[in-house]
Write a protein that binds this ligand. Structure first.
Ligand code: FEO
Ligand code: CA
Ligand code: CA
Ligand code: CA
Length: 582
């Protein structure tokens, strides 16, 4: 019993308490079961998972990748479907017996194979659970070495040409695939986020202003690919990094299809894509750039969606206009209006004189254009989700230790706290509910915080946060068909100090109108909860448990005992077979 269990008609479950246990906890009347784990075979001949960390790359190439993240269930029928799932990055501490400290050429290949996308068929079993169809024709691994096409106006640009691809039109692979999106024409969108961390060099490199803004330099994030693969050595292949940082469109139903890098949607550290068919027929894609002080974007397609003509619709992400958000607030208020500013060459100061030679440059170096037009620097935009009735749009702003500390990141507007360690969720509504309109009104749906530790300040959180439902660093976000808002966290799990009472990372359910928020699920030790999709009848919810036991924290989830912790997809069902959350 608690004051959290208020009266939202949307939520028919009792909140679960905070947890520090090494398990997945769901409400009374629910079950949770693992669908697939890192290292599970996706083909009949795939070898079994080897927990020693000594397996060769050839194993990982035919197994489910590491660090499950954004995902979409594409239905084939009532009891069959195809999953497309991001494998964002790898946990060197478990992938290698040497924990990544003595990389061989094959270790680099194995790491590259642990990244990318896993596509596989599932079929319904009993109790609304599902299982892998191991001999399905749909099963596919896309890795950091899969051939892809660079499409749109940046294709063939001098800055994406390399020695191996003189035309600048064929990139190899995708990595840092964080969250996702899906289109009304049945394709999967995977977002290239922390791509810069895969590039490095044995030699000191003098970086240009474009590389600097994207964090590309001689120091990688510990993957060490450049040690054995020259493609990732920026001294040898300075343009290779420009071929990453895009949204990639994939046809999950054609395992021979070539993934398409959609340069029309701009280049930054893409978190996810939330697609709307606007009432005027244009496709609108909302997108966040997850880095401290970066921006919130929108893409509006040039052409319109044509119901039933998916051959034409598949071209819609090829051409359009990118916009970036600029927020206005009266001093001291939380809420106000905002503008979408077009990143169109020749407008809004995006001129030759200001260093923007053409439209292609703006798509390649979108962050520089956003700064030029005076876009608002945000507290790390993560996922964006649009309510099913297309009124309100929500975006998690996960945290930002630089707010109010670094130049250009003043406190105010949608980013109201200095050294923001808890995060907030932004909500806005377009004028006339027109997603192509230049103006919107915004407020904050929730300000995360700790009302026990911080009393009477903004760090206590907004009114809808209390000692039963407090959390930090909202990240994954999505709606179900009934309009329940699902919120996943990627926060500090120490359960101490500022984070006391928050426990392990969790998933919450929010009523988007009343603001009520209830804890629905808690994850195992040192995990992040990220990735969300449903069966078409909404009776199975699929969520991702990423990096349980990261940095050798004591997790043995999901298999228990002394087992190696493994990132996995979990199915949540209701014992009475009804809709999740109801
Ligand atoms: Fe991969 Fe911004 O989370
Ligand atoms: Ca994320
Ligand atoms: Ca995050
Ligand atoms: Ca993550």
């Amino acid at each position: 019993a608690s004051n959290v269990q208020a009266n939202s008609k949307l939520m028919g479950f009792n909140a679960v308490p905070v947890s520090t246990d090494d398990t997945v906890v769901v409400p009374d009347g629910y079950n949770a079961k693992v669908l697939i784990r890192w290292g599970d075979g996706l083909f009949p001949t795939a070898p079994q998972f080897d927990p020693t960390g000594n397996a060769p790359s050839s194993h990982q190439e035919v197994q489910f990748g590491d660090n499950t993240d954004g995902m979409t269930f594409f239905p084939l029928s009532d009891d069959h479907g195809v999953f497309a799932v991001n494998n964002e990055y790898c946990n060197n501490e478990y992938l290698f017996s040497h924990q990544g400290n003595k990389m061989t050429a094959d270790d680099v290949k194995k790491s590259q194979a642990a990244h990318g996308i896993s596509i596989f068929e599932v079929k319904r079993t009993d109790d609304n659970n599902w299982e892998l169809v191991i001999d399905s024709k749909y099963n596919r691994r896309i890795t950091a070495n899969t051939e892809m096409e660079i499409t749109g106006l940046v294709a063939g640009h001098p800055d994406v040409k390399t020695a191996a691809d003189k035309a600048g039109k064929k990139a190899l692979g995708t990595f840092g695939n964080c969250a996702n999106g899906f289109t009304p024409w049945g394709t999967y969108l995977t977002c290239e986020e922390n791509f810069n961390g895969y590039f490095g060099s044995k030699n000191a490199v003098k970086v240009n202003k474009e590389q600097k803004r994207y964090g590309v330099n001689e120091e990688d994030s510990g993957y060490h690919w450049f040690q054995h693969d020259d493609r990732f050595d920026i001294a040898k292949n300075p343009n290779e990094a420009n071929r990453h940082g895009w949204v990639v469109e994939i046809d999950p139903m054609d395992p021979t299809s070539t993934p398409m890098k959609r340069t029309a949607m701009g280049r930054f550290k893409h978190e996810n894509v939330a697609i709307v068919i606007n009432k005027d027929g244009h496709i609108v894609a909302y997108m966040g750039d997850d880095e401290r002080g970066e921006h919130l974007y929108r893409f509006v397609s040039k052409n319109k969606y044509i119901e039933g003509n998916d051959t034409e619709n598949r071209q819609l992400l090829e051409e359009g206009t990118i916009y970036v958000a600029k927020f206005s607030t009266e001093d001291g208020k939380i809420g106000g209006t905002g503008q979408w500013i077009a990143l169109t060459h020749g407008k809004n100061g995006l001129t030759k004189e200001n260093g923007f030679p053409n439209q292609e440059y703006i798509h390649l170096y979108t962050r520089l254009a956003a700064t030029q037009v005076g876009a608002t620097t945000m507290d790390r935009p993560e996922w964006i989700a649009v309510h099913p009735n297309q009124e309100y749009v929500f975006c998690t702003l996960t945290n930002n230790k630089n707010r109010g500390v670094k130049e250009g990141q003043p406190v105010g507007g949608p980013n109201p706290r200095a050294a923001n360690n808890y995060g907030q969720i932004l909500r806005w509504r377009q004028v006339n509910d027109d997603h192509a309109h230049p103006t919107f009104a915004w407020d904050l749906y929730v300000i995360a915080g700790n009302p026990e530790v911080h009393k009477g300040t903004l760090y206590a959180g907004s009114k809808n946060i209390n000692n039963e439902n407090m959390f930090n660093s909202p990240d994954g976000l999505g709606f179900d068909a009934a309009g329940r808002l699902w919120i996943q966290t990627d926060g500090k799990y120490s359960n101490k100090g500022d984070y006391a009472g928050m426990g392990n990372n969790s998933m919450f359910c929010g009523d988007p109108k009343t603001g009520e928020i209830r804890r629905f699920m808690t994850g195992p030790i040192a995990c992040e909860v990220t990735g969300l999709t449903f069966s078409p009848d909404y009776k199975t919810m699929f969520i991702g448990i990423q990096h349980p036991g990261e940095e050798l924290e004591p997790s043995h989830w999901p298999d228990g005992g002394n087992s190696t912790p493994r990132s996995s997809i979990v199915m949540i069902t209701k014992k009475d077979g009804s809709v999740i959350g109801s």
